[in-house]
Design a protein around this ligand. Structure first.
Ligand code: SF4
Length: 241
């Protein structure tokens, strides 16, 4: 349950803050949110690291607050080689990052015939495993409300699953501010960004795309186009598979 000053974040006008705060104020706010949440949840606070640019920011911020903060990565058999290589480097550098995946058999090209089911099996289920096995009571994500049409309806601190708080500490950041932070702090990023990608996922479902919607290159040609894999929209404390 969210208590104290963290509970106040549920009433803020997100859009007003996105436009009203400058870069430095947003960094300060993000660090403060992680500090407050860590004080409340202690070791139960764990960062979900997708190996994308936003996660790289959140991981770097969290490590400034406390080097002991743990994290998890959910990977799939369809991650691009560049992401797998970057994952290996990050896990070597940060042994407190645990990797979760689901290797069960699935139908061929399930990503094309039923991407929702594919994401549920390969992404949502291992996320549930991570939350259960690491005793997570507050997970920290790199979700941002300016990323695309499916991400406008989130709060900085949420409790979509009762008993599991979600902190979105960079919810207010623009894409430009993410790159500003990464450049200023010389943070290593997934090499796929050099090829023009703006939002990263599994190779069959990720294309280079231009335009206002940062996630427009995800699941192109399917009903999920520009959408979500489910970890931010599905229940995560469901113990049943
Ligand atoms: S992003 Fe594509 S390949 Fe990856 S789990 Fe989802 S549907 Fe399957």
């Amino acid at each position: 349950m969210v208590t104290g000053s963290l509970a106040d974040t549920t009433d803020v006008d997100v859009k007003e803050l996105v436009e009203g705060l400058n870069f430095a104020q947003k960094v300060e706010r993000s660090l403060s949110l992680i500090e407050q949440t860590l004080a409340e949840f202690g070791d139960g606070l764990v960062v979900a690291n997708s190996l994308g640019k936003d996660s790289s920011v959140v991981w770097h911020l969290a490590k400034q607050v406390s080097p002991d903060i743990r994290g998890f990565i959910v990977t799939t058999r369809f991650k691009p080689d560049e992401t797998k290589q970057f994952m290996a480097e990050e896990v070597t550098r940060y042994p407190e990052l645990r990797v979760f995946s689901n290797d069960e058999e699935i139908p061929d090209r399930l990503y094309a015939s039923d991407p929702d089911r594919c994401c549920d099996i390969l992404k949502v289920r291992p996320t549930r495993d991570a939350i259960r096995e690491m005793n997570v009571t507050c997970w920290v994500t790199g979700l941002r409300c300016t990323e695309g049409r499916t991400r406008t309806d989130f709060k900085e601190v949420e409790e979509r699953d009762e008993g599991l708080v979600k902190l979105n500490p960079i919810l207010l950041w623009y894409e430009r501010e993410v790159w500003q932070y990464l450049a200023l702090n010389k943070v290593d990023v997934n090499p796929l960004y050099a090829q023009g990608y703006r939002s990263l996922g599994c190779w069959p479902c990720t294309k280079v795309a231009q335009g206002a919607d940062e996630r427009a290159g995800r699941w192109i040609g399917t009903s999920k186009c520009g959408g979500e894999c489910g970890i931010h929209t599905r229940p995560l404390l469901d113990r049943k598979r």
